[in-house]
Design a protein around this ligand. Structure first.
Ligand code: MN
Ligand code: MN
Length: 381
């Protein structure tokens, strides 16, 4: 009988639907009210646009864990793939490289990161909550948590990326004859007695010394463009319903393949109706509760619900909005496999078109169209 108690959501919309009296996962129904009871404007078939990191396999190691949401978990997400990783204080994500570029955002805590480019130019810095980094594809790097540990989001510019198939230093050593290693480094085979037999990946370590004590001076100098950007410290664009911080190759020159916006929507606010004229959008929800509606043309639309730790996706050119449906700020990242962030505002388009055209199209008084703001208001309320 508990299946029809008042606090359990039921698939009923006015005269439509009826109680669910069979097997069900009530927790998921609670988290996805717009799937259980869609707004009547939803119509047709839209591919799944949501996957939570909480539904992803978590790879546990001594020193931390990592889980990924890729095209394998969310098949429509072909442009980008994400990894959520935690390192305990002092723990390493070992020296490695990969075929994809790596864009990262620090969610909690702090870590030290290093990279060396093809000219031997090096990079070393500490990043903390709200900072991001970018490593170009093929450039080797490492991550080590500082004294407070760290959790971060990694975003790779290929939906089929896997965190489990990167090129690891320990793995390279384990699969190269010791005679070759010895010759390569000018060491003796005896000195290689304790090299790892397999990859280490994430493993415990000591919290590193102050940054300057860890610095190596390369004869070719530092990397020409820093791989670190302090996104949360960046002055936001302020709008009536919240803020937006855009980071792309225009203000973070190293990030040539990934553009992002950190969006904060106040309670009651709305990331306005818009679309992106250049690519698909990959989203990560940092905090709060949001509802996204997507319009796919041809009379097709669907609504999805998101909370912290969820990944969302919007196919190229689909119209969409994200509404804060909670009573705390909604914070999320919009990411694109592009050098520049671009969006088209529905309001700005209509406001800068001869007003009679829009008035005749949507059957509202011309005066309403004429009163629309002609500058972009990305977040309204
Ligand atoms: Mn990496
Ligand atoms: Mn968008």
């Amino acid at each position: 009988m508990s299946q029809i108690s008042a606090d359990i959501p039921q698939p009923i919309r006015g005269e439509e639907g009826g109680p669910d009296i069979g097997p069900r996962n009530v927790e998921l129904d609670r988290q996805n009210p717009d799937l259980l009871v869609s707004p009547p404007t939803d119509s047709g078939t839209v591919p799944n646009l949501k996957f939570s990191f909480s539904m992803a396999h978590n790879r546990l190691s001594q020193g931390g864990w990592a889980r990924e949401v890729t095209q394998r978990e969310l098949p429509i997400a072909t442009t980008l793939a994400g990894v959520d990783m935690k390192l305990d204080p002092g723990a390493y994500r070992e020296l490695h490289w990969h075929k994809q570029s790596e864009w990262a955002y620090v969610l909690e805590g702090s870590c030290r990161i290093s990279a060396v480019d093809q000219e031997g130019r090096n990079f070393l810095d500490d990043v903390r909550k709200g900072d991001l980094w970018f490593f170009p594809r093929g450039v080797p790097h490492h991550i080590q948590a500082l004294g407070d540990g760290v959790e971060f989001l990694l975003v790779f510019d290929d939906g089929m990326f896997s965190e489990n198939s990167t090129f690891l230093l320990s793995d390279f050593f384990a699969h190269t004859p010791k005679s070759v290693l010895a010759k390569n480094f000018g060491w003796s085979v005896d000195q290689l007695e304790h090299i790892p037999e397999r990859e280490k990946y994430i493993f415990p370590g000591q919290v590193p010394p102050p940054l300057e004590a860890d610095r190596v001076v390369s004869p070719t100098g530092d990397v020409p463009r820093t791989f670190k950007h302090r996104l949360l410290a960046q002055a936001p664009q302020r709008f009536p319903g919240g803020t937006v911080r855009i980071v792309d190759s225009s203000n973070f020159a190293a990030s040539t393949t990934t553009a992002a916006a950190l969006v904060e929507v106040e309670p009651g606010g709305l990331r306005e109706l818009h679309w992106h004229p250049n690519d698909d959008e990959w989203q990560y929800y940092v905090s709060g509760f949001g509802r996204m509606g997507v319009f796919a043309s041809s009379g097709v639309a669907r609504t999805f619900d998101f909370q912290a730790g969820d990944v969302g996706y919007v196919p190229f050119a689909y119209g969409h909005y994200v509404e804060n449906v909670g009573n705390e700020p909604l914070v999320f990242l919009e990411l694109f496999r592009q050098p520049r962030f671009q969006d088209v505002s529905l309001t700005q388009w209509m406001a800068n078109t001869p007003p009679q055209v829009s008035a005749d199209t949507v059957n509202v008084p011309r005066s309403l169209i004429e009163a629309l703001p002609k500058t972009k208001r990305s977040v309204v309320r």
